[in-house]
Ligand binder design. Structure first.
Ligand code: HEC
Length: 221
């Protein structure tokens, strides 16, 4: 089953390469070299996003574990065994498949980026490029509505822009939509703002290297 799928995917990629190779020489009227290159770049991006999602363990909470062929892959909490108990609150991993009413289909790739970089709940945060990392400065919301723990955005925010865009591309374009409503997480009135201070989650971006605990590359020689 798994190997059949993989073979199918490899076949598609191969066809893409052949089209690129042939259209580069004799320009096909329907499918120019630029379009072929763009298609390849996009599928590369989705595959990079897939690898990041697998090795960051998104499926451990959002469904499917480490296996994209497993049922419920990224479809969100299915029952109470998926719930987390954070103090008095229950939180639930959400549906990350691109379904238009219950999943990521409701959000832009930029909103998904903002969720993982800044912890901003995509359903409650405007779809804009965030210009600061400090609430109230630039257009960072003065009263941010943050994602509930244990969504590990404080660690994931240190991925590069490109990596976060690759993940967003995979979630929007590389996964089949699954219609599945996840009940909202519970949380404190400040949407966890007091749990996500610099004291508790560290600074973003990182302090310059080497910090007090690190050794400069020159000294390692
Ligand atoms: C330790 C468990 C855990 C892991 C691992 C995890 N998440 Fe989450 N995630 C959650 C929980 C819980 C929520 C719900 C937060 C809330 O309701 O405010 C969530 C919410 C989200 C949301 C917001 C969705 C929405 O509809 O509001 C996105 C996007 C997201 N996660 C992406 C990811 C990605 C991408 C990864 C892997 C790189 C990942 N998560 C890994 C627990 C996790």
């Amino acid at each position: 089953m798994v190997s059949l799928r993989m073979a199918g995917r490899a076949g598609v990629l191969l066809v893409g390469l052949v089209v690129l190779a042939s259209s580069a020489g004799t320009l096909s009227p329907r499918f120019g070299a630029d379009e072929a290159a763009a298609t390849l770049a996009t599928s590369d991006q989705v595959l990079r996003g897939r690898a990041l999602v697998i090795h960051h363990g998104c499926g451990d909470c959002h469904g499917g574990g480490g296996n994209p062929a497993a049922s419920g892959w990224l479809a969100g909490a299915m029952d109470s065994t998926y719930e987390f108990k954070i103090g008095p609150f229950k939180t639930r991993p959400r549906n990350l498949t691109p379904d238009n009413t219950t999943g990521m289909g409701r959000f832009s790739e930029r909103q998904i980026f903002n969720a993982i970089r800044y912890g901003l709940r995509p359903g409650e945060t405007p779809d804009v490029t965030i210009t600061s990392t400090i609430p109230g400065q630039g257009n960072f919301p003065a009263n941010p509505k943050y994602l509930a723990p244990p969504m590990p955005w404080p660690a994931f925010r240190h991925m590069t822009d490109q990596e976060l865009m690759d993940i967003a591309a995979y979630l929007k374009r590389g996964v089949k939509p699954v219609r599945h409503v996840v009940q909202d997480s519970e949380g404190p009135p400040d949407f966890w703002a007091s749990a996500y201070t610099v004291d508790k989650i560290g600074p973003y971006p990182n302090p310059a290297f080497p910090s007090a605990n690190e050794v400069s590359v020159a000294a390692m020689k």
